[in-house]
Design a protein around this ligand. Sequence first.
Ligand code: TRP
Length: 452
Amino acid sequence: MSKDTIKPRAVFATRIGAIATAVGSAVGLGNIWRFPFEAGTHGGGAFMICYIAFIMILGIPVICAEFIIGRHTRANETRAFRRLAPGTPWHLVGYIGLIASILILSFYSVVAGWTLEYFTGSFSLFAADATTADQHQRFGQFISGNWRPVFWTITFLAINFAVLLRGVQKGIERLSNILMPIMFLLLIAFCINSLTMPQASEGLRFLFHPDFSQITPSVLLSAMGQAFFSLSIGLGCMITYGSYFSDRTDLIRCASVTALLDTGVAILAGIIIFPAVFSFGMSPQSGPTLVFEVLPAIFSQLQGGALWSILFFFLLFLASLTSTISMSEISISYFMEEHRMSRTRATTFTIGIAVILGTVCALSFGPLQHITVGGLTAFNLFDYLSSNILLPLGGMLISIFTGWVVDRRIIRTQITKGSRGGSHWLRPIVFCLRYVAPIGIALIFLNSIGII
Ligand code: TRP
């Protein structure tokens, strides 16, 4: 029997289940931690406007492309390419996804580890006599330490391991679907609180008022990377999820709802962080540590700060878990299906690599901070390579593949299945996938290395 035997695959029973899972993968640290710090270091409004433009012209078409490939082939990424274009090198795109997913899993787990530190340390962090300066100092000491960041990174990966091995993802996803609306409400409450801060308008101006002269090649590249990272696209996550969608799922609707909610959460995070940054006299440019320095300052101003903090960091941890589960599945399904490993071995292997690389990333804020490549520490290098290079590259290839190689009838069938108005979107989507996305991404790459 060929390796390509079609097994009946599980499908999501309800339409809302499909959307909720895609949103579960998309919403995570990318929105709440990465978006504010990237916007902070890349000029606020200038970054924001590019980010939103990229979500619309690159992000939505690429999610649709991933869903189309996934639902049509009902297979993992590498196999999906093999099935649609047998005997061609297209399946190699799967390797980009594989490498990027392991790099992302490694540094993402470090930050998820920080959420665990805050979750468990909230009571002492918000002890009555703790000042903002104390909290700031404590965080600095924590991330530059030798073992605590490593301990939390490994703990987070161990939780992933347990969930992935027991196959209880469904349970976690269900829990997360119930709790995410609470997270949304919490974010809205924190937003209202931030808007009452003395320098709120300065924060909002920073985020929403674009200074077009600040749109540099590096702002464009980072905004594009953030759009891909935040939507979980470019490495085939959404191909795998699309393969579980039932024929009743409206792909375009699912893609747009995912993009809308994902962007909404990122903007809420920005509205929480920037008014506070300016009101507390902090710098928006502090990089990956920004959100973890600003949030405690916000919580200590609230009555019952420790409780808000525990609730918030628990929900953030859960949101991170649903995202890392989706990344880990890429390499687990690859090792299982292409190298015939058992689920246990494939999971051990994937998490094992992430533990080693994650430890290096965790230490790169302290003992290893002087070991750099091109001025970037391990943590920043992994983030830059995967988000700014590999994801857009993967996205570009997925667009070219869907726009030029996949039979247009397949695209039409997938777009119109489960949808009444889907056929109107065929032309614009194919146009974006054929021309706009590949040329746009290529131009931004060339621009960022100084060629144009
Ligand atoms: N999008 C997630 C977030 O914002 C992270 C993520 C999950 C991801 N799966 C991915 C990013 C696949 C890129 C590719 O936190």
